[in-house]
Write a protein that binds this ligand. Sequence first.
Ligand code: ADP
Ligand code: ADP
Length: 224
Amino acid sequence: GSLLWAQDLRKVYGPTPALDGASFSVRAGEVVAVMGPSGSGKSTLLHCLAGIISPDSGSIGYGGQDLATMSDARRSALRRSEFGFVFQFGQLVPELTCTENVALPLRLAGVGRKEAQRAALEWMARLEVAEVGDKRPGEVSGGQGQRVAVARALVTSPRVIFADEPTGALDSLNGERVMQLLTDASRETDAAVVLVTHEARVAAYSDREIVVRDGKVRDMAGTV
Ligand code: ADP
Ligand code: ADP
């Protein structure tokens, strides 16, 4: 069955709804690409699924729990422990070294310094950025920085990885490396990936593509 699903989400900001009856589901280990034109509601869908914003109506289920009606505190706790995030611009903390950036989610979860550092180094090696561990984000290339951001998203062993245009700021070679490493990691850890992209060559790394148009979802395989 699904690990994370949403049914009939509606979210209105202005005169036209950002989400207008959107449904979605993803299984453990599955990579779903969310495609569609700019302004169609992709980011709003991702933010609802991730519990960052609440839909006006509709239901969101995660492992038998109802995200839509859960308290903010519980939703934040769930987000920190079960979800990982990668954005277009890595959003690394500029004052910290790359290793400290990757270790940060574990430190915030209460993991000791030594253990967090060990796990960070392991993930950086897997993302092929061990050599930039002592540098600050401003001193590494865009591709390296984004792989550090992916390592940071994976270090807590999330069950769901939300990636919003993760390759948007990269050239195609670096973009493909990031996608290969991200999807390899998802396969190894059985993490689901919700990947927002408008690039077909990025979506090609997914198991399934859906298209959002005018706040509604069309599943390319048929029904949602
Ligand atoms: P399958 O094994 O066929 O994938 P799922 O359990 O994943 O079945 O659910 C299929 C669809 O039903 C999901 O995409 C989701 O939208 C919806 N769904 C799943 N669980 C619930 C629920 N508890 N309440 C309402 N809809 C649900
Ligand atoms: P996409 O990610 O597909 O580009 P978005 O989900 O960002 O689309 O936006 C969908 C619609 O909702 C757009 O019309 C956008 O202007 C609007 N929207 C999104 N977020 C906000 C917000 N915080 N305030 C007002 N309007 C918003």
